[in-house]
Design a protein around this ligand. Structure first.
Ligand SMILES: [Zn+2]
Ligand SMILES: [Zn+2]
Length: 137
């Protein structure tokens, strides 16, 4: 494993930190209204990593999670500074917000846009990522 494949990230206040030890290249952008409201902007853009390559380094007790009642949508953020943090993607993977991945940003590419049918009219998609009206099937 090269050093570039182990990155350590912290939130804006520094109380929460985590490590990812897999090579990340692909990003997924979600344009649904839940993601848009949670972040206050166009939605979220995330990488998805296997659970075994993700670990909290400190401050996990400050990670606040909120799940939409009756829904599988969940968000995760620092209780102190509000920085969006990694959270559960599915049974075996964790999502990591792309804005936290500055250390490797040069190799990141948005591969898929999901819930484009819910996209904010003011947001213009300007990359080559594949656009899906709803979720990935
Ligand atoms: Zn914080
Ligand atoms: Zn979404």
């Amino acid at each position: 494993m090269s050093q570039a494949d182990c990155i350590e990230v912290q939130c804006n206040c520094g109380r929460v930190a985590f490590r990812v030890t897999c090579r990340i290249t692909d990003l997924y952008a979600c344009h649904c209204s839940l993601c848009r409201r949670a972040t206050g902007t166009m939605g979220v853009t995330v990488a998805v990593v296997p659970d075994g390559t993700f670990a909290w380094l400190r401050g996990e007790h400050l990670v606040r999670r909120w799940q939409m009642p009756g829904h599988d949508w969940e968000c995760s953020f620092c209780a102190n500074c509000g920085t969006q943090l990694p959270g559960r993607n599915d049974a075996s993977t964790t999502y990591v917000p792309a804005g936290l991945l500055d250390a490797v940003q040069d190799r990141l590419v948005v591969r898929h846009h999901v819930w484009v049918s819910s996209k904010a009219t003011w947001h213009v998609i300007g990359d080559e990522g594949q656009q899906h009206p709803e979720g990935l099937t």
